[in-house]
Design a protein around this ligand. Structure first.
Ligand code: NAD
Ligand code: ZN
Length: 241
């Protein structure tokens, strides 16, 4: 592992075109639960009820209650060293993007500028009927919230299971992955598609792919570097360039 870390450090120092794909694991040390690992959210809650359009239309109030709870948790969280170190690395590079599956906004809070929120943002809402969208970091008291323009239901502007990634977000992400020389993915179980396709796309193109995760993933044996451990510690050691 020490030799691998030295090699990755050199790559991150010498390469100018880097894309980072992050998942819930990078925010775990900020106190935000992940979905799939031990104690993950899906072990306690029912995915069909809370994170699908069908679940939302069946019981919008219940879904909003859950999102309120997640908002509270995220509002009390701060970025951790892994977020900060990535923001620092960005400032040294000309082509550096983060594609995040997280909806918590912690990369931006840590100072990252070029962040693509692949699955949306928990503090943004959109109308289920008209084009109204709004961003506010608040907890709703009256549930479910209603669109001020057309009186229909507001919903969180996040991508639920069974929904597509907005096309502009997908195309932009695909293109920057194509242009990158290095793909670094951090804290993702790499089983949610199409985000995980970017890992396959990069392996297939022969790019340098670096994994940082607490446990192995389906791609661990296919990538050039698989660094197993806590994101904060590993990111600190590989970005110390
Ligand atoms: P996931 O829960 O499926 O997987 C998290 C991965 O992170 C696991 O493989 C786990 O081993 C690893 N991990 C846990 N703690 C870690 C640490 N300290 N350092 C390094 N790795 C660690 O998460 P995912 O792959 O992002 O799943 C996708 C879905 O989860 C996304 O759609 C995302 O929107 C959603 N999600 C987001 C948040 C958030 O915004 N913070 C939280 C939970 C889930
Ligand atoms: Zn509306």
């Amino acid at each position: 592992m020490i030799i691998q870390i030295q090699e990755v450090k050199k790559i991150l120092r010498d390469t100018d075109r880097i894309v980072v794909l992050t998942g819930a694991g990078i925010s775990a040390e900020s106190g935000i639960p992940t979905f799939r690992s031990n104690n993950g959210l899906w072990e306690k809650f029912n995915l069909e009820e809370l994170a699908t359009p069908q679940g939302f239309y069946k019981n919008p109030r219940k879904v909003w209650q859950w999102y309120n709870e997640r908002r509270k948790n995220i509002l009390s969280a701060l970025p951790n060293k892994a977020h900060y170190k990535l923001a620092e690395l960005e400032s040294k590079k000309n082509f550096f993007y983060i594609i995040t599956q997280n909806i918590d906004g912690l990369h931006q809070k840590a100072g990252s500028k070029r962040v693509i929120e692949f699955h949306g943002n928990i503090f943004r809402e959109k109308c289920t009927k008209c084009l109204y969208k709004t961003y506010n970091e608040k907890i709703y008291e009256e549930l479910p919230p209603i669109c001020p323009k057309c009186n229909n239901l507001l919903r969180p502007d996040v991508v639920w299971f069974g929904e597509n990634i907005p096309e502009d977000v997908y195309v932009q992400s695909y293109e920057i992955v194509e242009k990158a020389e290095v793909l670094l993915y951090i804290g993702t179980s790499a089983v949610v598609y199409p985000a995980a396709h970017f890992i396959e796309q990069s392996i297939y193109r022969g790019k340098i792919v670096i994994e940082v995760n607490l446990e192995k993933t389906q791609y661990s044996d296919l990538v050039k570097f698989s660094l197993i451990g806590r994101a904060s510690e590993i990111i600190e050691s590989i970005t110390n360039i």
